[in-house]
Write a protein that binds this ligand. Structure first.
Ligand code: HPA
Length: 244
């Protein structure tokens, strides 16, 4: 039973992993963002992938999401936990708060977002009413509760194109749409996992108030400071999830 972990900004490696090896496989869609890191946590096998590459240099709209998901599945991952740094829209989602979203609105465009495109015998539409795996998400929320980490269960993830941040008006529109948090990498990743029938959950860490939600400009320096602190908590959650 292998776990696939997709690390986002700030999580390019997973401390606490007993390393077994690395490989950088080819897939029908090209190479994943970085080598797959194979390891063990307790009894469990883990395959870790740095979404933005290692070093962190692939912007959200250029990530080869199809190769990433395909490579994890082909390597034996049976479920995926995705870690995402996000902006907070909902008032409860202040900086440093975790969220395990249960819905998505996709504002991205032009990304290769399906495995079912070419050489089809018939058209495929997968059900995506509930984009995240409920059981895996519930386990993440349970661990956030037990570890007394600030968190908000559930929420609507707005996936934006990036790499620029949003305007205040765009965030206000997303809020009217019902979005609670905003990030650039949640889609098409979640949809591709569903197409491959991989249970998928998201552990999001709010690293800044979304545009227009604070008087401060959003700077990479401020975001990085939050990420550095938050990622040790992310690792704590992942260890508790996997090693249980
Ligand atoms: N918007 C989009 N993506 C993000 C943000 C944001 O404010 N913060 C971190 N990722």
């Amino acid at each position: 039973m292998s776990w696939g972990i997709i690390g986002g900004t700030g999580l390019t490696e997973l401390a606490g992993l007993e390393l077994l090896g690395q490989d950088w496989p080819d897939t029908p869609f090209g190479k994943p963002s970085a080598p797959l890191v194979h390891g063990r946590m307790g009894e469990q096998e883990v395959i870790f992938l740095a979404r933005h590459g290692k070093p962190h240099c692939i912007p959200p709209h250029r990530i080869n999401y199809r190769a990433n998901l395909w490579a994890l599945k082909a390597a034996g991952a049976q479920r995926i936990v995705a870690v995402n740094a996000v902006g907070g829209i909902h008032p409860a989602l202040g900086t440093g708060v975790f969220c395990v979203p249960d819905q998505i609105i996709d504002y991205t465009w032009g990304r290769a977002s399906s495995f079912f495109e070419d050489d089809l015998e018939h058209v495929v539409h997968v059900d995506f009413s509930w984009p995240y795996d409920a059981e895996l998400s519930q386990r993440l929320v349970g661990i956030l509760q037990q570890h007394k980490l600030p968190h908000h269960p559930g929420g609507v993830y707005a996936a934006t194109q990036g790499p620029r941040l949003e305007t205040a008006a765009e965030i206000a529109r997303m809020e009217r749409d019902g979005a609670d948090l905003v990030g650039m990498t949640g889609m098409p990743e979640a949809a591709l996992a569903r197409e491959l029938e991989l249970p998928y959950a998201c552990l999001a860490l709010v690293v800044n108030p979304a545009a227009g939600k604070s008087d401060e400009l959003i700077t990479m320096a401020a975001i990085e400071a939050v990420i550095t602190q938050g990622m040790s908590q992310v690792k704590e959650v992942l260890v508790a999830l996997i090693d249980r």
